[in-house]
Unconditional design. Structure first.
Length: 261
């Protein structure tokens, strides 16, 4: 066999050993290495499986690491949000403290103002009681002038002060503050009131009793009020308009009235 043939044979053998597994095992078997090669191949296979498992685990670790970083970022954001909320809570608590103090101060002022208003009302009621007779006389003169201005003949203008009539239904004697008998004109006078319904009812009861007793209709019904809280006057306006009553009252100021107009 020539040198060239040997060289070609050697290269072919090496190629078969690299590429042909069965040939490689056959040669190894002849040389006594077959079992070793099989074990090495098995170990390579298992090593490859381990490597694949490691790569899978590495991928899972990477995914978990990303999830952990995302959670850590969320924790940071939530911690900041919690700190902001805590700051807001502290701010609101401070506002509550300030508002509570302001409310307490306002309540104190309100109580003080209420005491002053009650004192003023007591003084006005006392003044009303002391001037009651004078105010009724003033209202009588005012009513006489009204009747003349409305065309009632002067000889028929005879306004009586504190007249008494009999209620035919109950037998009760009723006092009428101001009355003109012909034409029939009835007026009630009050220096101070807090009950609009009671004042209007009192006047209407006397009008009804007088009409039944005298047998004639009332030409005018009037109510003179010297002093009353604003809201009472508002209700008096409504009731008097509803029942055809002429209302004369003092000059209104917040909470009370002081001057006749």
């Amino acid at each position: 066999m020539g040198l060239v043939d040997r060289q070609a044979l050697r290269e072919e053998l090496l190629r078969l050993l690299r590429e042909d597994v069965e040939f490689r095992y056959a040669v190894a078997g002849l040389l006594g290495f077959e079992e070793i090669l099989r074990r090495m191949d098995e170990r390579d296979r298992r090593l490859e499986e381990c490597l694949r498992a490691i790569r899978d685990l590495q991928q899972q670790v990477a995914e978990h690491s990303k999830a952990i970083r995302d959670l850590q970022q969320q924790v940071v954001e939530h911690s900041k949000a919690i700190r902001d909320l805590q700051q807001q809570v502290r701010s609101l608590q401070q506002q509550v403290i300030e508002h509570t103090k302001a409310i307490c101060d306002l309540q104190k002022e309100m109580y003080e103002l209420k005491d002053r208003v009650e004192g003023l009302r007591s003084a006005v009621r006392g003044l009303g009681r002391s001037l009651g007779l004078s105010f009724e006389h003033l209202a009588a003169v005012f009513l006489s002038d009204l009747l003349k201005a409305w065309g009632v003949p002067e000889e028929k203008v005879r306004v009586r002060l504190r007249a008494h009539i009999l209620n035919l239904q109950t037998g009760e004697r009723l006092e009428i503050d101001l009355i003109n008998y012909d034409p029939l004109v009835i007026a009630e006078v009050t220096t101070y009131t807090t009950d609009a319904d009671a004042e209007v009812k009192k006047l209407l009861d006397r009008v009804k009793a007088a009409e039944a007793l005298l047998g004639r209709k009332t030409l005018y019904k009037l109510l003179f009020v010297f002093n009353a809280p604003y809201e009472v006057l508002e209700k008096l306006r409504s009731l008097c308009k509803q029942h055809g009553i002429l209302l004369y009252y003092g000059l209104e100021v917040p909470g009370t009235t002081i001057l006749l107009e």
